[in-house]
Write a protein that binds this ligand. Structure first.
Ligand code: PLP
Length: 402
């Protein structure tokens, strides 16, 4: 694995060693079932409770507002199917964005087949400074008193766009609609507060912030507006009946540990990652002057050092570029030692060009010529330089063949 360079931190991140140590301890020593009454069970329950407190604090939520799941795919399904299929749900409309992840789009498609009316709002195009963000006026106009739920992601997994949600939340609350936010790419990378965002439901997943795979959460607001959810998994009645099944204690405790470190080290990590992203871009661009940046400018992230700065339009580690007249897939095959992605890894079973790139105005061949890079905490300067050089070399060889 020595010459392999991992630049795909939107697909997943390696588990932090400090987190892995805690997970291992829970697997080997503190292995009780958190539902059991004996000392083993109580110790596991205490560990879950303490992880829930840590996670809640990081998100400005209450521990009782968290439901632990197997990841963001399940959290999104629980939020969307749970709200819309609740027996007392009378509203029949859903508003979402074209650029959402399949884990949001697919359950919504199912609800549409069951009779829900769905409005999918397009993003601003590549020519607009707000490229990738959902057209705010269009979404505000779509939300009405028939809307059951609005689902908009906080940070896009392909082009890293950060979506302002304040006005959307305000409009939802005016008309009594619920706001769900898929914050999977944002949690652990930029500050996320359910209070500031004013969302009713929020999904996250531990493996995106250096935690273990197979564990995530759904935040369900408990104060103010009533959020009614129909459980999607029934059985032992765990988690107040909202998500039955033995708690994944090592996963939940690992997620708490991972989020603790992600928040604690966010400022320094973000600065370093933004610098590496700029370095990768500069080196690629100097070798290929016609290279095109897909999505929002990267300049903001470099000048606005603080991730809390409201001008931030793009995740610091995200770079999505179009290589003129060379297919992304061909580049990836030519340089198998650089791990990046030609679209969303989660939808890579689907060979269709990226729906996000198409939505911001790329044509099919431009979308197919694009690659997504995700720089993460372990990435080094040497790795970004080396990755750029390998890609440049492969690009020029492929171009000669065209
Ligand atoms: C925005 C977004 N939502 C949902 C998911 C699915 O997350 P999980 O792998 O935890 O099911 C992903 C994974 O890439 C994602 O990027």
């Amino acid at each position: 694995m020595n010459d392999l360079i991992y630049l795909d931190h939107h697909a997943t991140t390696p588990c932090d060693r400090r987190v892995a140590a805690v997970v291992q301890r829970m697997l080997l020593e503190d292995y009780g079932n958190a539902s059991s009454q004996h000392r083993f069970g109580q110790s596991a329950a205490d560990a879950v409770h303490s992880a829930a407190e840590t996670i809640a604090q990081a998100l400005a939520a209450q521990a009782t507002e968290l439901v632990f799941t197997s990841g963001a795919t399940e959290s999104n399904s629980l939020a969307l199917l749970g709200v819309c299929q609740h027996p007392r749900q009378k509203r029949r409309k859903i508003v979402t964005a074209v650029t959402e992840h399949p884990a949001v789009l697919d359950p919504i498609r199912r609800l549409e087949a069951d009779g829900f009316v769905v409005e999918r709002i397009a993003p601003y195009p590549q020519s607009d400074p707000n490229v990738g963000q959902v057209d705010e006026e269009a979404i505000l106009n779509a939300i009405d008193d028939q809307t059951a739920v609005v689902s908009v992601m906080l940070a896009n997994n392909e082009i890293g766009t950060i979506q302002p949600l304040r006005r959307v939340a305000e409009k939802c609350h005016q008309v009594g609609a619920l706001l769900h936010c898929d914050a999977t790419q944002a949690v652990g990378r930029i500050p996320v507060s359910v209070v500031d965002l004013d969302v009713d439901l929020l999904s996250a997943s531990a493996h995106k912030f250096y935690g273990p795979k197979g564990v995530g959460l759904l935040y369900i607001r408990q104060t103010g507006r009533r959020v009614r959810i129909r459980p999607q998994i029934e059985g032992g009645g765990q988690q107040r009946g909202l998500r039955s099944g033995t708690l994944n204690v090592p996963g939940i405790v690992g997620m708490g540990e991972a989020l603790k470190w992600a928040v604690e080290e966010m400022d320094t990590a973000t600065l370093r990652i933004a610098g590496l992203r700029q370095r990768l871009w500069d080196r690629l661009k100097s070798g290929i002057p016609e290279l095109v940046l897909n999505g929002p400018s990267i300049a903001d992230a470099n000048t606005s050092i603080s991730p809390t700065d409201s001008v931030l339009r793009r995740l610091h580690g995200n770079l999505n570029v179009m290589f003129p007249r060379v297919e992304g897939e061909a580049l990836m095959t030519t340089v198998p030692t650089v791990a990046c992605s030609s679209g969303s890894a989660c939808s890579s079973v689907d060979p269709a060009p990226s729906h996000v790139l198409m939505a911001i105005g790329c044509n099919e061949s431009q979308a197919r010529s694009s690659l997504r890079f995700g720089i993460g905490r372990p990435t080094t300067e040497q790795q970004t330089d080396e990755a750029a050089d390998r890609l440049l070399d492969a690009f020029h060889r492929l171009r000669q063949m065209v």
